[in-house]
Design a protein around this ligand. Structure first.
Ligand code: ARG
Length: 461
């Protein structure tokens, strides 16, 4: 078992079947540069504690720099005999700086505390990338809200016409959901900024290496408080998987809106050609594939989260090899979102909204009936009665196949003497929308204020 991290107590090398099952270099190679950063920090701690003299430390750092350069240019790759990225990098380090020095680096650390630290470094980096990408999406939503500030659309509950709302209000609702996504990433980052390095395999260190020094070098706030927890917990990974799954689910909901809006029946949007796809047989087709892929990939993000939780649920403390299964799902979640988000933002930024069509549909389905009831309340009618009167007016209009706004004075009076012609002041979608001035409501000035608040919240997250 030449070059492996273990083997002395074994009579021979691992069987090929075991080696094949055990090998993780095809996915944990994404951690190579983080592993090297961890080794730089560890070498500094070894020097500070007197296990490396200044010359040895300098040679070690130079060797590690060479490894990093070779990882980056692709000349350092895993060998078939390497079990994982950590073993591979130690093998090459020893080839580079010689066995006498290279063999010293592993003192006082285990792959268990290493891996627990490196996954955090990887995720913290990608939390920053994802935050940037989600911010771009929020920008695209806000820009569309601004460009279509006056547009009124049918607001829906149960997918049925409910009350008219501003398109900007609807777009900004997604803006808030995505803002919480980046706030979650920020809050998570504080919790994740812990270094399990120094926990060893499980029980902690004997060599007196300074774990705060390692944490500082890696940009982490502090060492883990408990070596068992530090090496064997993965809630930080699961929480990250949840955040990505939640962002995926919010993308999926917006995707579903876009897909509906893009149908002939709705006719609310036209997708830009460069953000839509065609059909191999139907020449006329223009499909919303970005939205559909985003909706589809939400399933995958949810699967990554549930798979990881299932891996964790049966594990006694401390480290178990099952924990190697944390990486593929969460790396996949990162890659998936990093692929979906830029395309999705581009699709949103280039949507063309058909605001006439939205305005035409907005009053349909008696969507102003609540406005009638609330107008009656302002005239002194009890809401219970107002609800009945407005409902009776809907029934009367439905029978006559007319809209509420088409009811003449006689019809209004026949439904209730309280329904004077003055009720018409709320029977326009503009009147309805402008009257919703309560906090968070759809009145244009509220929506404008809300937009400013949204932009500043998103930018400070
Ligand atoms: N590659 C493993 C992982 O990703 C670390 C190996 C730890 N191996 C061990 N026998 N303790 O979790």
């Amino acid at each position: 078992n030449e070059g492996a991290l273990w083997g002395a107590r074994f009579s021979g090398g691992p069987s090929p079947e075991l080696a094949a099952l055990s090998r993780s270099t095809h996915f944990d190679w994404d951690l190579a540069l983080y592993d090297i950063a961890g080794s730089h920090a560890h070498a500094a701690a070894l020097e500070a504690a007197g296990y490396l003299d200044a010359a040895e430390a300098a040679a070690m750092h130079a060797g590690l720099d060479e490894l990093a350069a070779r990882v980056k240019d692709g000349t350092l790759v895993a060998a078939p005999g390497d079990e994982d990225v950590h073993g591979a990098l130690e093998r090459v380090l020893i080839e580079t700086v010689g066995p006498a020095l290279g063999g010293k680096l592993r003192a006082g650390r285990s792959r268990n505390d290493q891996i627990a630290t490196l996954v955090r470094l990887y995720l913290l980096d990608h939390a920053r990338t994802l935050t940037r990408e989600v911010l771009r999406l929020i920008d695209a939503l806000v820009a569309q809200a601004e460009a279509n500030a006056g547009a009124i659309m049918p607001g829906r509950t149960h997918l049925q016409h409910a009350q008219p709302v501003l398109l900007a209000h609807h777009l900004q609702a997604y803006g808030w959901a995505f803002t919480r996504g980046i706030e979650r990433l920020r809050d998570w980052s504080v919790r994740a900024s812990v270094s399990p390095y120094g926990g060893g395999a499980l029980a902690g260190a004997t060599l007196g290496l300074d774990p705060q020094l390692v944490a500082d070098r890696l940009g982490l706030a502090r060492p883990a408080e408990n070596s068992l927890d530090g090496t064997a917990s993965r809630d930080v990974v699961a929480e990250f998987a949840f955040i990505t799954a939640m962002i995926g689910v919010d993308l999926s909901r917006l995707a579903e809106d876009v897909i509906l809006w893009n149908t002939r029946e709705f006719g609310f949007v036209t997708l830009d050609d460069s953000y839509s796809t065609g059909s191999s047989i139907m020449p006329q087709k223009k499909n919303p594939d970005i939205a559909e892929l985003a909706r589809g990939k939400a399933g995958r993000l949810i699967g990554n989260l549930s798979g990881l939780l299932a891996t964790l649920k049966g594990l006694p403390l401390a480290y178990n090899r099952d924990l190697q299964e944390d990486k593929e799902p969460v790396f996949d979640s990162v890659r998936t979102l990093e692929l979906v988000l830029p395309a999705f933002s581009g699709m949103i930024a280039t949507l063309r909204f058909h605001t006439d069509r939205m305005a035409e549909l907005a009053p349909q389905g008696f969507s102003l009936a609540t406005d009638v009831a609330e107008w009656l309340v302002r005239q002194g009618v009890a809401f219970r009665d107002a609800h009945e009167i407005s409902g009776a007016l809907v029934r009367a209009c439905e029978e006559r196949e007319i809209g509420l706004e088409d009811a003449d004075d006689a019809l209004l009076a026949s439904v209730s003497p309280s329904l004077t012609p003055a009720v018409r002041e709320v029977l326009t979608i503009e009147g309805s929308v402008s009257s919703r001035t309560g906090v968070g409501g759809t009145a244009p000035e509220r929506v404008r204020e809300q937009r400013e608040e949204l932009v500043s919240r998103a930018q400070s997250a």
